[in-house]
Structures are given as C-alpha cells and as structure tokens.
Design a binder for this molecule. Structure first.
Ligand code: ADP
Ligand code: MG
Length: 143
C-alpha cells in the first residue's frame, strides 16, 4: 500500500535530515524547499497521489488545518497515512537551526511562532498511525 508520510515539526527539528536517512530510497520528497513554490509542491503531491507513489511531506505541517487537506486527499487516493511528530524542544530546534549549513537559518521569531501554533498530530484527524521522534537528550555533564 502506498504511504503518505506527513512530517510535523518545528523548523530545525530534524525533519529533512530524517528524510535523507530513512526515506530517500523509498519515498518521493515533497517539500517547499525542494519544489520551491506552494503551487509546484501541490502539483507534486497530486502527481504522487495519482500515480500511487509513496511520498513524504517534509514541511512543518504544524496545524490540523494544514494537515487536513493532505490527509483527506491521501485517504481518498487509497494511501496509508502516517504522521511523524518531531518532538524536539524549541531551544534545541533553534540551536540546530542556527548551525545549519543546508540553507540560511530561519529567523528565530518564525520558529517561536510555529512553536506557539504547533498542534501535535492526533488519530482523530484520520491519520492511520503516528510515530514520535524524540530529540536525543544530551547528558549535560558531557560535552
Ligand atoms: N538528530 C539530530 N541531532 C543533532 N543535529 C541534528 C539532528 N537532526 C538534524 N540535525 C541538524 O539540525 C539542523 C536542522 O536539521 P534539518 O533536518 O534541516 O531540520 P528541519 O528540516 O526540520 O528544518 C541541521 O544542521 C542538521 O544537521
Ligand atoms: Mg527541512
């Protein structure tokens, strides 16, 4: 069964790194950073749904409202919908973001705004399965 994997997490929470490590060989990569415009990204998702190709939606997808359209379309196309919740503390996300090399760091206020709006995924949204990716906790005595 084709899968629609919806990432949910702050900017800097580790989503794209996780995609590269765990999904790049098996799933198409839908992301604002890849397709560049909302229109092109939506077209890419639509094509994936039409052709039955598994894909990951690698954006913040912070609110239920944003996720709802994708969940509805994916279920209508017969996909299995999995949400990955990147449960990374906002401090950690900001710290990682400030050191990122793949693109310019996202302004901190934008990350704080996302943190304020963030609604963790719930099965009530019609998602088939939810997986939570916890940020590794670093022992403060190490370094
Ligand atoms: N599990 C992790 N532990 C430490 N650093 C990480 C981890 N995952 C990602 N990073 C680093 O954090 C920064 C942001 O990661 P990225 O995957 O681009 O986040 P996102 O796609 O959610 O914005 C990158 O510099 C990346 O190397
Ligand atoms: Mg990313």
């Amino acid at each position: 069964m084709a899968e629609a994997v919806i990432f949910v997490g702050l900017q800097g929470s580790g989503k794209t790194t996780y995609f590269t490590k765990h999904f790049a060989d098996t799933h198409a990569h839908a992301s604002r950073d890849v397709q560049q415009t909302p229109e092109r990204e939506e077209a890419f998702v639509r094509e994936s749904l039409c052709s039955g190709r598994s894909f990951v939606l690698d954006d913040t997808n912070a609110t239920r409202a944003v996720r709802a359209q994708y969940i509805r379309a994916a279920k209508a196309a017969g996909f299995y919908v999995i949400a990955y919740f990147f449960d990374t503390p906002v401090r950690t996300a900001i710290g990682r973001n400030n050191h990122r090399k793949d693109k310019k760091p996202i302004p901190v206020p934008a990350i704080l705004r996302t943190a304020k709006r963030l609604e963790p995924p719930s099965l009530e949204e019609g998602i088939d399965e939810i997986r939570t990716i916890a940020a590794e906790i670093k022992d403060p005595t190490e370094s």
